[in-house]
Design a protein around this ligand. Structure first.
Ligand code: 4AD
Ligand code: MG
Length: 477
């Protein structure tokens, strides 16, 4: 008999059918009730054992965490909390789990403790729910783009260029680290390295995606990106996944429209398809917030917050307007910001972004037209000569979730900009070629996938929304 998932079983009417099911034991109560879970759904199926029919030694092996196979009859449940249950006729223990050493006990564990057990933490309800939502979001993202005529491009992971120009890259090399070949001036001779040049893990697939947009029109990449920035925060990972659409002939306004529509649709997908997991995560958050002072609690529960984002327009504000708002804000006047806002041109810190989103506008905000000086080299210069056609989307509780721009399509302007920043034209000759052969207005953005998962699940730390987080001093598993 083919085994069925617990999700399938729980959605069938009881009809006395014989079923086979595999899973892991959550709890085994009174030598009679096994709560079994197989990961297909948050809910366990109750399996009722008549202990007189089974060997005592066998039942002793049915402990939390053990893998078992059950055959039995699906019947209407006598107990509360479920409509169906299984009357067990055969029970096989596939893999035992020592109750004294199994770390995932049927009680509440702290997220910090579970981070140390990242290989087992997905067996908890919280992590299983988060990872199912993560998977649904990933599907919704591909679905959105495929449905709207975008082509998926696999941009390279190993690259010779620094797309963001921030110099925060992980080197990829096969040279002998203890005795690398040297040039006459003592520097490392990368000509002898695997690729005959210095290479790194990519920080963004954008530059390569641009080349494909200039032929396929609408493209997107969705892949891992790497940043060696030493930011030990709840919003930064050294390895994270980024979605980067790039569209030929789109200007910044069209880029903002796309980003907003895209985010709303993927959130709506999760609202419609992950109800149980979201309800569970919402309750988890409410319980957690009970321990916090009133002022720190969020105004909206998780699902209400997701609906709010899906149903309301994002507020679009220029950087210049935002600086005025921040300058005149109470926390700035009362010197409450760690980085006070004094003049136009300063980069915004997350405290500023969160003030705008959470206190001033109370909704997602798209900031655009940033000072050229604080943004990457490829963004299109405005007529004023000092701002660029950049946009960042700021989310409540998260801060920046999207960074994007209209790209500089004018060859001379781009060359000048690169020169001023000391970026060697020889390294990006192919990127400049795009501006020589059929150049056109084009735009794109990058959405940090884990930041989206963080927002959607209501979790508080980015380390808890990716299976095996990579952060400074941490690459276990
Ligand atoms: O703003 P960023 O650096 O933009 C780019 O990389 C552009 N090349 C994207 C493009 O236009 N195609 O990064 C984009 C997004 C950020 O808004 C943030 O959500 C996420 O990537 N991000 C990170 N997420 C987790 N950990 C980090 N260290 C991140 N750095 C950026
Ligand atoms: Mg950014």
């Amino acid at each position: 008999m083919k085994s069925k998932s617990i999700k399938e079983l729980l959605s069938t009417d009881f009809n006395l059918q014989e079923v086979t099911v595999n899973g892991w034991v959550k709890t085994f109560r009174s030598n009679r009730f096994i709560a079994l879970n197989d990961g297909s759904t948050l809910n366990n199926i109750q399996c009722v054992v008549d202990f007189e029919n089974f060997d005592e030694a066998l039942l002793r092996k049915v402990s939390t965490g053990a893998a078992i196979k059950i055959k039995g009859t699906l019947v209407e449940s006598q107990g509360r909390g479920q409509t169906v249950e299984i009357q067990v006729s055969e029970l096989e223990v596939l893999g035992t789990s020592d109750p004294d050493t199994y770390p995932i006990q049927p009680k509440k564990h702290s997220l910090e403790f579970l981070r140390e057990k990242a290989h087992l933490r997905v067996r908890t309800n919280t992590f299983a729910a988060v990872m199912r939502v993560r998977s649904a979001l990933s599907f919704a993202i591909h679905n959105y783009f495929q449905k709207n005529g975008f082509y998926n491009v696999h941009t390279p992971i190993i690259t010779g260029s620094d797309a963001e120009g921030a110099g925060e890259m992980f080197r990829v090399s096969t040279l002998d680290q203890k005795k690398p070949p040297l040039n006459e001036d003592g520097s490392i001779n990368f000509k002898e390295d695997f690729f005959g040049k210095e290479t790194n893990l990519t920080v963004s697939g954008q530059l390569e995606a641009e080349t494909y947009a200039m032929a396929l029109g609408k493209v997107y990449t969705f892949g891992p990106t790497f940043r060696a920035e030493n930011s030990n925060t709840s919003r930064h990972l050294a390895e994270f996944w980024m979605i980067e659409p790039e569209v030929a002939f789109n200007d910044l306004d069209a880029n903002m429209d796309l980003a907003e529509d895209f985010i709303k649709e993927v959130i709506t997908y999760v609202l419609e398809n992950c109800q149980e997991d979201l309800q569970f995560l919402e309750q988890r958050l409410l319980d957690e917030e009970k321990t916090k002072p009133q002022a720190e609690r969020s105004a909206m529960a998780l699902i209400e917050k997701l609906k709010f984002v899906a149903d309301n327009n994002f507020k679009r504000v220029s950087y210049t307007e935002a600086i005025d708002i921040l300058k005149n804000s109470t926390p700035n006047k009362k010197k409450k910001f760690q980085y006070p806002i004094e003049e136009w041109g300063t980069d915004l810190q997350s405290e500023h972004e969160r003030y705008l989103v959470e206190k001033h506008f109370n909704c997602p905000v798209i900031l655009f037209d940033y000072p050229a000086k604080i943004k990457a080299f490829y963004m299109r210069l405005n007529e004023d000569g000092k701002t660029v056609r950049a946009m960042d989307i700021l989310f409540p509780g998260i801060g920046e979730i999207v960074g994007g721009s209209q790209r500089e399509e004018r060859l001379e302007v781009l060359q000048e900009k690169m020169k001023a920043l000391g970026i060697d034209e020889k390294e990006l000759w192919w990127y400049l070629d795009l501006r020589k052969f059929g150049s056109a207005v084009h735009s794109g953005f990058g959405l940090g996938f884990e930041r989206l998962v963080l927002f959607t699940t209501g979790m508080g730390n980015i380390r808890d929304v990716i299976p095996f987080p990579r952060t400074p001093q941490n690459a276990e598993f």
